[in-house]
Design a protein around this ligand. Structure first.
Ligand SMILES: NC(=O)c1ccc[n+]([C@@H]2O[C@H](COP(=O)([O-])OP(=O)(O)OC[C@H]3O[C@@H](n4cnc5c(N)ncnc54)[C@H](O)[C@@H]3O)[C@@H](O)[C@H]2O)c1
Ligand SMILES: [Zn+2]
Length: 378
């Protein structure tokens, strides 16, 4: 079945809050400690004070939220008898809030709240996706919850909130956007609708990520990256992702590498595998050549165009000071080899693998992990 699901309503500034929260008297805010202690949460509480809405702030979200935090949040959310739930933060806060809202309603302990996502990083696109990634620290694993019921009712995209994101996180989250867009563009489920969103996101990243990284006060670049993140989210929510994310989930789970950075390390190697650079070119090389065409990177042949996209992606990763190999990210060979077979199995079974354009064998995935570990020439 081919489809394109469109939700939520997207607002570009804080005025949207007044519309969404009309008639609400109790709101529960899910955020992280930085947002709370730095006072940034006033972005939501100031208008709520003016509207006479009472609220509670749950600011215990840490990167890669775990099920224990989600369970604690559900308890507080239900005790408070919230009518609206607002998530303020990066993918971690938004995913945790999604899981709380969804699981509380599924367990029948609270009817589903009006749900607003306010991203403060330009990365995951979680504000428009049906996924929430929850960690299991005991198993060093990350699991996706998947349901359209988790989609927020509204998303608020105001880049003003991203101004304080430090360059390293701008880099990690920005390369996550690019990975979402590229994986969606070459996915087996890509269609004209997802292509439109993915192509635009890729162009916006190419023109704005380095600018936002080098000059955090460049608000135009920040806003464009915020839009790119959301567009890439719409693309992959409908087209799915691929083995880049499958490998990043298990790599990040084992070695505590931030989600976007893990994707950035792997991206050039996975693109090279998908294009068949080492053996025989695949139809995916043609898709990369299409990206080359829309980014002014076209070469004399399809092979050259595809290669230009992979090469410039690797350059971008390097310029953003993201490690270009797993070894460079500080993972010892001994630790890596100790979990390699486990990671291969986890990546093969990850829910992102079926939409990858080239289905890898376990041996090919193992080789791909080793290439990325050693930073072999592409
Ligand atoms: N739901 C989805 O569709 C989806 C997609 C991709 C990734 N994810 C998940 O999202 C999580 C990663 O999210 P993320 O990359 O946005 O990072 P994050 O939410 O984990 O935040 C990373 C760090 O940035 C800080 N931060 C956030 N906003 C800031 C700001 N405005 N100023 C200063 N610091 C700020 C946070 O406090 C935190 O320390 C992972 O758990 C990943 O698995 C979800
Ligand atoms: Zn991602």
């Amino acid at each position: 079945m081919e489809s394109y699901y469109v939700k939520p309503k997207i607002y570009m500034d804080r005025e949207g809050l007044r519309e969404i929260l009309k008639g609400v008297s109790r709101a529960f805010i899910v955020t992280d400690r930085f947002m709370h202690e730095s006072g940034k949460v006033s972005y939501l509480t100031d208008p709520m004070d003016q509207m006479g809405i009472s609220y509670e702030i749950f600011s215990e979200i840490k990167p890669d939220p775990d099920i224990a935090t989600v369970t604690k949040g559900i308890g507080r959310l239900t005790d408070f008898k919230a009518e609206a739930l607002l998530a303020l933060g990066g993918g971690s806060a938004i995913d945790a809030a999604k899981a709380m809202n969804y699981l509380a309603a599924r367990q029948g302990i609270l009817s589903r709240c009006t749900f607003v996502a306010v991203p403060t990083t330009s990365g995951t696109g979680s504000e428009v996706t049906s996924f929430a990634v929850i960690s299991d620290p005991e198993k060093s694993a990350k699991y996706p919850l998947i349901s359209d019921k988790m989609l927020p009712d509204a998303a608020l995209l105001d880049a003003e909130l991203t101004k304080t994101v430090p360059p390293a996180i701008t880099a990690d989250t920005g390369i996550d956007v690019l990975t979402h867009a590229i994986e969606a563009f070459v996915s087996v489920k890509a269609n004209d609708f997802t292509d439109g969103a993915a192509e635009k996101a890729i162009k916006l990243v190419r023109s704005n990520l380095m600018r936002a990284y080098k000059n955090p006060d460049d608000m135009r670049a920040r806003q464009k990256m915020h839009h790119a993140s959301c567009l890439a989210g719409m693309a992959f929510n409908n087209a799915g992702l691929g083995i880049n994310h499958s490998m990043a989930h298990t790599l990040g789970g084992h070695f505590h590498i931030p989600h976007g950075r893990a994707n950035g390390i792997l991206l050039p190697y996975v693109m090279s595998f998908n294009a068949g650079c080492r053996d025989k070119l695949t139809p995916t090389a043609n898709r990369y050549a299409r990206i080359a065409r829309c980014c002014w990177l076209e070469g004399a042949s399809m092979r050259q165009s595809a290669f230009n996209v992979i090469r410039t992606t690797k350059q971008l990763v390097h310029q953003l000071k993201i490690p270009t190999s797993i070894a460079e990210a500080g993972v010892s060979r001994e630790d890596f080899m100790g979990v390699l077979d486990e990671m291969v199995e986890a990546a093969l079974n990850d829910s992102c693998t079926p939409t990858n354009p080239r289905q890898p064998t376990p041996e090919q995935l193992r080789e791909l992990f080793l290439e990325a570990y050693e930073g072999r020439r592409i």
